[in-house]
Design a protein around this ligand. Sequence first.
Ligand code: MYR
Length: 131
Amino acid sequence: TFNSTWKVDRSDNYDKFMEHMGVNVVKRKLAAHDNLKIIIQQDGNKFVVKESSTFRTKDIEFTLGVAFDYSLADGTELNGSWETDGDKLVGKFSRKDNGKVLTTVRDIVGGEMVQSYSYEGVDAKRIFKKE
Ligand code: MYR
């Protein structure tokens, strides 16, 4: 189950990933220490995700398989949806500005939540621990 409060512990290739997404160096430096915390509350197909970081706090509600809008901390707007694949959550989102696809997967591995991101052939991971 994803239901928990998750705090980012470490990241892998996240700076390169953000660079590929077009995030400028100043924001990337800040994002490296964003203290991202994600509270996930799943009830059947419905999710409430409470995101907080040094950039903002944001509540997101979505239903599996139903597209919704989401904006990244730098203002980039996405539209897409989450689905399940076994025990994983798989998200497929398109950027509104250029139509390019960002895919993301959430998986629980050894009690940690691993979120991987993929955009135009560049991959990154952020690993979260339970608070
Ligand atoms: C949620 O479930 O947390 C809300 C929806 C998340 C959509 C996809 C997030 C992708 C984040 C990519 C970060 C890259 C920064 C350049």
